[in-house]
Design a protein around this ligand. Sequence first.
Ligand code: C5P
Length: 241
Amino acid sequence: MRANNLLIYNRAMSEFHALVPAAGFGARMGNELPKQYLPLAGQPLIFHALHTLCASAEIATVFVVLAPEDTLFHSYDWSRFGDKLQPLFCGGATRAESVLNGLLASELEPDDWVLVHDAARPCLTQAHLAKLIAELRDDEVGGILAVPVADTLKRADAEGRILHTENREQLWQAQTPQMFRAGLLAQALQQCSSVTDEASAVEALGLRPKLVLSESGNFKVTYPQDLLLAELLLNQQGIRT
Ligand code: C5P
């Protein structure tokens, strides 16, 4: 993809693509196997996100960004996804670097939409994916799935004691997919690489991504007990096989 020419959009021709960064190790899971390959409902964790994205008729390609030294991906059978699933072995040291490397390797047009989705969010539903696309396809900036914060939030000091209670009004918890035009997102990540999600990089350009209401079920598997909850939810949704 050409990173110059970024803001010239040809809306009629824009396509939707997904990009799944999966080059991390998931240190908080305390496991030797990288998080994306931990077993969940009879499949590696990443399978569930890829299945949902590949099953969407609106999404043309699903890029998965893997570590250059990843030897596990090809030990699984991905043939059911056909050419729609495109592995890219160009992951970087951080999530932001992996996304940027993937965007540059993907050869998308600057005006194509890209939906960046965590490998570790297996319970994304088709309904929320469709809602995100429907609410943002004519948007100037793009946006993200998110939920209003439900818990009371405490700011801690270095000793783990409460400094003060944050006002949670109008606070949202960011999820994925995060949907932006490929050119804009590459430009944002090139200018601001110290971010933990794509929206932060776009915000740093002075733009205001839209929050699209999601649900708590689209959570990120972070700790070992999260796998149990994810399996329960997938069972309820009807496991993808
Ligand atoms: O570690 P965390 O759960 O925040 O990672 C979120 C997503 O970013 C995961 O899908 C992970 O594989 C990916 N990631 C990546 N490259 C890195 C670090 C994380 O693709 N260097």
